[in-house]
Design a binder for this molecule. Structure first.
Ligand code: NAP
Length: 335
């Protein structure tokens, strides 16, 4: 049995290219005592992957050159060697990396119930992006009924859930996304109140028109110019959640910070960064509540699934071009 793996070959400067990764194929080694063999069905593609390639101080160490590219993954246990915690057939998720098979002693692997949700959903709404949305908007954004919430990257895996949770909690929600189709999706399918197409509208003019009363919470996934513009719309005691800054991840030099930051002073607002793993002990609580919302039809989840580990790089690039709808996932099992 062979394992196709995406090996991280070279740290990119700016946008990753063909030299960044290499597809390799190696036989799956024999299991040692206590180990499990997981056959991956799906790999999660996340903007954070870009940050993990940089040899800089961050919330986790960078991916080492020569290692399998780090990623979230989900699949099934297909063999065990004296491991009492897992059985053949268990559906499990972890940071298995961009490869078709993963071996480990089971630490860091979590069983999920395929009867409750599909595997791709466990990488999105019921996985890391969904948890980020839940804790980011409730714990850091501290939303309350009646708040005006602005979210960037609004049609993405995190942003789409942020906006829907804010609607469930009785907020007015404005989403910023790239393209007319995504904006229509936010309003017509997800129930957002307004949407701004940052690719065709002037962001300052659009904010003036669509957030005339300002915002109580700005949940930022993209940084750069959009963060700067949103800072000019803060109401008194607003909360700015720094979740990500995808517009800056491929910068070759310094990232562009906000120049409008003194509006925090004027409005006595806070701007706070978050890392989802800080909330890991409460993931179960969030998953239960979000699972119930999904069942009741209050929360919608959309996954965009591509196929073939050979297509990893071109699928990854969709995160940055925006050519995808919802949570980006790669199917790596060959049938
Ligand atoms: P995603 O939204 O599913 O995919 C990325 C989206 O970003 C694209 O679809 C594209 O949408 C948008 N985008 C790309 N380049 C852009 C640019 N230059 N300006 C504006 N928008 C751009 O990704 P996600 O998984 O939900 O992640 C969203 C953000 O959350 C990322 O910054 C990620 O790093 C961050 N994050 C943080 C944590 C944490 O713990 N802090 C955890 C998970 C994710 P459009 O078509 O709308 O342009």
């Amino acid at each position: 049995m062979n394992n196709k793996q995406i090996i991280f070959k070279k740290r990119p400067l700016g946008t990753p290219d063909a030299a960044t990764w290499e597809l390799q194929e190696h036989p799956v080694p024999e299991l040692q005592h206590g180990e499990i063999l997981v056959q991956h069905h799906y790999i999660s593609l996340d903007p954070a992957m870009r940050g993990w390639m940089n040899d800089t101080k961050s919330y986790i160490p960078p991916v080492a050159v020569g290692d399998v590219m780090r990623s979230g993954s989900i699949g099934k246990v297909i063999a065990t060697h004296n491991n009492s915690k897992f059985e053949i057939g268990d559906c499990v998720t972890s940071w298995g990396g961009v490869q078709q098979y993963a071996i480990g002693n089971g630490d860091g692997w979590y069983k999920v119930d395929e009867g409750l949700a599909s595997m791709p959903m466990y990488l999105g709404t019921l996985g890391m992006p969904g948890m980020t949305a839940y804790f980011g908007i409730t714990e850091v954004g501290k939303i309350k009924e009646g708040d005006i919430v602005l979210v960037s990257g609004a049609a993405g895996a995190v942003g789409s859930i942020v906006g829907q949770i804010a609607k469930i909690k009785g907020c007015t929600v404005i989403g910023i996304a790239g393209g007319q189709n995504k904006c229509e999706y936010l309003i017509n399918e997800l129930g957002f109140d307004e949407a701004i197409d940052y690719k065709s509208e002037n962001i300052y003019t659009a904010l003036k028109k669509k957030c005339p009363r300002g915002v109580d919470v700005f949940f930022d996934n993209v940084g750069g110019m959009i963060l700067d513009a949103a800072l000019s719309k803060l109401r008194m005691h607003a909360r700015v959640v720094i979740c990500g800054a995808i517009s800056q991840y491929n910068n070759k030099h310094k990232i562009n910070g906000p120049s409008n930051y003194l509006s925090l002073l004027v409005t006595r607002s806070t701007m706070q960064g978050m890392v989802v793993m800080d909330y890991i002990k409460d993931f179960g609580i969030a998953a239960k509540e979000m699972g119930a919302w999904l069942k009741e039809g209050k929360l919608k989840s959309r996954e965009d699934i591509y196929e073939g580990i050979e297509n990893f790089q071109e699928t990854y690039e969709r995160l940055f071009s925006g050519e995808k709808n919802g949570k980006l996932v790669l199917k790596v099992i060959e049938e």
